[in-house]
Design a binder for this molecule. Sequence first.
Ligand SMILES: [Fe+2]
Ligand SMILES: [Fe+2]
Length: 609
Amino acid sequence: MGILGILFKNSAFLIINMKYFQYYLNLCLPFTFGLLIFCSPKNPPLPDLKSTLDGIVTKLYEEIPGDSLNLLNEKFLLGYLSEKEKSVLSNQYWILEVNQPVRISLMRHIDQLIIPFWLPISGFEKTDLLVKNELHTYEVWQKEEYSGKINLGINGLDKHRPVYFISLDPLGKREKLEIKPIFPAEQHFEIFQPGAFTYHDWDGLKITEVPESLLGDVLLTTIRGRAREAHLVEAFRSTDFPSSSIPDLTVLHWNSDPKTTISINWRTGPNLTASRVDYWVKGDFDTLSQNSTANEIEDRLLKNDRFTLRHTARLIALRPGTAYEYRVSTDLEHGKVFSFETEPISTEEFSFIWFGDMHNDPKTGQLAQDATKRFPETKFYISSGDLVNTGLHRDDWDKLFSYTGESFSRRPFMPAPGNHDSQDGLGAWMLQSQFDLPTNSPGAEYEERTYFFKYGDALFLMMDGTLSIPDQAAWVEKTLSENPTKWKFLTVHFPAYNSVEPYPEIQDYWIPILEKYEVDLYFSGHFHYYMRSKPLKEFKSGSNSNLIFVHSASAHGKGFEKYNQDASFTILSFPNDYLYQKIDVQDDALTLSSYLADGQLLDQFTIKK
Ligand SMILES: [Fe+2]
Ligand SMILES: [Fe+2]
């Protein structure tokens, strides 16, 4: 391929071929003079966005006093960043490759006050076109690109959540357009038309208006949470509970059989990888030790505690029905002595406590401590999600485990994630790296998010409702068919039936399976009010199921005026309040009691078998 363009460099005119011209267009044009040095074909490719932002944050911590970090505005930061860093921010946020020339349309939210700094100088031109979805209006910027790599920049240094998205119109034959995602490695394509998703992690937000000239383009949806990837303006946080050399925030889980195993998880500051658990049968002198494995957890914007270690020690070959004591230690420090009990060989009666949305609320933490004291016979806790407000903010997890005191250090805590724990399509990695939950999941991407465990003659299906509902249906059926226990419970954040926004996918894909296998209770949350349904057979035609749906919140949140408006399935509903539920399982009966924070009984019902 021949000669295409002429560039001015080092006082000489250079004739470059197509490959280098494209390289120049993609990476250098925005900063022709300042950045040419970094974009010469002799120089290595630009680093990736994450490592560049990690480095920028490190430099800010070294050079800017902590109490001034949130005073830095975009103008200051653009002057502070090196030309190379700005080039990364301008080119490495979204990379794809096309096999023919295309017109790119970039949809920018019109309420975003600051235009992404790279956009006007990258060859994009603002048009008069507007695209709308059910909530927002986007202005359209366009440019034409040759075949090859397309490099796009960040949404901004602030956290403007309706992030931009793009569409491609091939200038050649549409059916021959090939798009190869480079970064992110997975990208999602749709036909640009009303009804298409805007963000593929938000199927409730559909495109409503598309200008005629863009109809039929290839739409590349994105993830809502990507606004967080380059967040630097008013971005810095502190934890109220920073880590130290003393092990703390100890939480128990069952990764395996509750009769013979337990998983102990705790936190230390960084560089304390040598940590262990000493444990013994209560009243005995023989002590065993188990070393931990440690995960580093980085929250880049947590200015007083960026790096911590989360340790896990799995104890195995324990004696069933036995009280143990344990203490977590490092080479330098000892934690406090706690105790736990393994499940007896045969359990006909047991009690557990279920928390709805907790949202790292201090009052909810106190509620958990009060419930633990009031009902010492409790064997474990479950949660139906929204444990914290922002699942990728470690300071929120610190609050959850600090406010709940020693509750989860003495009895296992078995949660199902909510939409706040798996935030904005960015995943639940912080939950997964802190917990040690079962991996008997529908697949690798569901591990520690959807799982089951058994206690006594009861099966607990703990579901991540933020992941695909249809794709998990086969696992629900398989798990129920292979585990024919007397009592069966399903926990998922989203209430299939509610007075605000029912979940037809759960109703269609899961409920028939729950009916078939005679599941007893469905625990959920999300809408912060209390609701107990009639048995399913009383409001679903043709059903013989006694399944009862209960949803509850353990923390205050947005109130819902419509909490009690659908009498077709509701037996009892109660507005937004601090609540927890105790479930007493007996041989032939189960009683659910719902309590207010002051201990008053709000609701109670019994299911008999
Ligand atoms: Fe929620
Ligand atoms: Fe919530």
